[in-house]
Design a binder for this molecule. Structure first.
Ligand SMILES: CC(C)(COP(=O)(O)OP(=O)(O)OC[C@H]1O[C@@H](n2cnc3c(N)ncnc32)[C@H](O)[C@@H]1OP(=O)(O)O)[C@@H](O)C(=O)NCCC(=O)NCCS
Length: 146
């Protein structure tokens, strides 16, 4: 499976997020309208993707702001493809993208109880920089690149 960048369209993203929805902690659709979010990702986010044929299997999406940091808005892997290193591979591809743009840090927010995701991020060098965001439901994590 090859990694691609910015080839997914909002329909593929919506199909992917709908299949992953209940694996987010809490469910993604509790926090956002999946259709609007998918369109926003296609239009505004940098997307690191793994496909199987036309099916979007894994997606990391990030907003490259004008400053020196990056905000990761989504990390997701289809249930049948989890636990095979896909999430880690996508994140590492994002790091390479950040390094080539000489960016300083990457920030993300994750549900407090989302153990698989927190474990993934810790293993990649992220550290907690705030324990209380979004009314205490999420923590914020950061990885410094330089
Ligand atoms: C979090 C998620 C992206 C991980 O993707 P993945 O492809 O399964 O992860 P990988 O196979 O690359 O695993 C990398 C590391 O993540 C952690 N991890 C992955 N699945 C885990 C699980 N079920 N329990 C605990 N840790 C887990 C481990 O630290 C693992 O490293 P290891 O294999 O050396 O133990 C995936 O579980 C997912 O899509 N979850 C639903 C969406 C979500 O919650 N996204 C995060 C939003 S902030």
């Amino acid at each position: 499976m090859n990694i691609q960048i910015n080839t997914s369209n909002s329909e593929q993203i919506l199909e992917h997020l709908t299949k992953c929805d209940l694996l987010f902690v809490p469910a993604l659709s509790e926090r956002t309208d999946l259709q609007e979010y998918s369109i926003r990702l296609e239009m505004r986010a940098t997307r690191i993707e793994i496909f199987e044929k036309t099916k979007l299997v894994g997606l990391v999406a990030a907003y490259f702001n004008q400053g020196e940091d990056v905000f990761i808005t989504n990390v997701s892997v289809l249930p049948n493809f989890q636990g095979k290193g896909v999430g880690r591979k996508l994140m590492q591809r994002l790091f390479a993208e950040c390094n080539s743009r000489h960016l300083k840090s990457i920030v993300l927010r994750v549900g407090k109880e989302n153990r698989p995701a927190i474990s993934l991020y810790r293993g990649l060098g992220f550290e907690v920089n705030s324990r209380e965001v979004n009314l205490g439901e999420e923590i914020e994590m950061q990885k410094d690149l330089i």
